[in-house]
Write a protein that binds this ligand. Structure first.
Ligand code: XMP
Length: 328
């Protein structure tokens, strides 16, 4: 099975087991070594499923010839960048360059409240940061990408659509796209076979612009911090009650208005945290997941007690259509 075509052959078996995944991995390792030789490969490693699996595959195939660049745009969920560093640098001994570009992104986003403008700024700045880093490196011949088969079916095959991972068109690298014929479920099976943690391989979809489109309106650092903390509590509680494995996408959005509340017998003005938990197969339509009231109460109690700046918790009951999954 050669992977140099963009068309998945009918004969290609769906990868559903560890055995099939191992066979795919062995085959890809040979192909990658053949393609790359002793040259260097660059990869933008977001920590999402696709780029993580490509990184793990390339580390197996060419080790330190792979240079991973992880750009923290300051809009990651709690603990995400730390996990990328822990798994790839500490556990897999990868050649990982970590760039904390939080200030660059948040400074550019200050005062910008229009959703598409926010997306453009985040996408554009990501390319700039990555490009700057790439130009500092010498002897890179290949650019690895976590393109998967639905990306090829839906677009021109380059992971630019919707994704912060869209890279400069004028980069003079040859592409290395080892999972481009795989469907998402297969990528997860391969990721597990490669030994990546479940928290990385089974994670819910997360938009490229990250928390940037959930910190509604013009992003401020204090509200972004509150959103990140509240989102972490929601994820923890969904893990605990088993909903994490059942719900397709779940998150918190925090709008930019406050309401009156009371805390410690004093007036306490705060933002509301809005819970969104949806199920879908293709993200074109979505239904609402029913969350048991006791879970909702626990989440509400924790968020309002533990998160500075939040004084109410609301539940979004709107299916798609008419509500999109994200608020922005
Ligand atoms: P909507 O909000 O359009 O979301 O119902 C459908 C799916 O797409 C994700 N989404 C994005 N992903 N960049 C991304 O990479 C974006 O700008 C973006 N906007 C929405 C959303 O999280 C959901 O899974």
């Amino acid at each position: 099975m050669k992977m140099n075509s963009n068309i998945r052959p009918d004969s290609m078996e769906r990868i559903t087991t560890k055995e099939l995944a191992d066979a795919f991995i062995d085959e890809q390792i040979a192909l990658i070594r053949e393609q790359v030789g002793d040259k260097k490969v660059l990869l933008a490693l977001s920590g999402g499923v696709d780029s993580s699996v490509v990184a793990a595959l390339l580390i197996k195939a060419v080790g330190k010839q792979l240079v991973c660049v992880h750009v923290n745009h300051g809009l990651m969920r709690k603990g995400e960048s730390e996990q990328v560093i822990e798994v790839f640098r500490n556990q897999l001994d990868a050649n990982l360059i970590y760039i904390d570009a939080t200030d660059r992104f948040l400074d550019l986003l200050a005062g910008v409240d229009e959703p598409e403008k926010k997306r453009k700024i985040i996408g554009g700045e990501f390319i700039k940061v990555f490009d700057e880093e790439a130009s500092k490196l010498e002897g890179i011949s290949f650019l690895a990408q976590g393109t998967i088969y639905p990306d090829i079916l839906e677009s021109d095959g380059v992971k630019a659509h919707h994704n912060v991972g869209g890279l400069p068109e004028d980069m003079q690298f040859e592409l290395c796209e080892p999972i481009k014929l795989l469907y998402k479920d297969e990528v997860r099976v391969v990721g597990k076979a490669l030994g990546l943690p479940s928290s990385m391989v089974d994670r819910q979809p997360f938009p490229g612009p990250g928390l940037g489109v959930r910190c509604l309106g013009a992003i401020t650092r204090d509200r972004l911090h509150a959103l990140r903390e509240a989102d972490a509590i929601l994820r923890e509680e969904f893990d605990l009650c088993g909903l994490a494995g059942k719900v397709w996408q779940y998150f918190i959005a925090v709008p930019d208005f406050k309401s009156v509340g009371v805390r410690d017998s004093k007036r306490y003005e705060g933002w509301p945290a809005i819970i969104r938990a949806v199920n879908t197969t293709d993200a074109m339509t979505a239904t609402i997941e029913e969350i048991p009231y006791e879970v909702l109460h626990k989440i509400t109690n924790r968020i309002t007690a533990e998160v500075e700046g939040i004084n109410r918790v609301l539940l979004d009951l709107t299916p798609k259509p008419v509500g999109t999954i994200e608020w922005e």
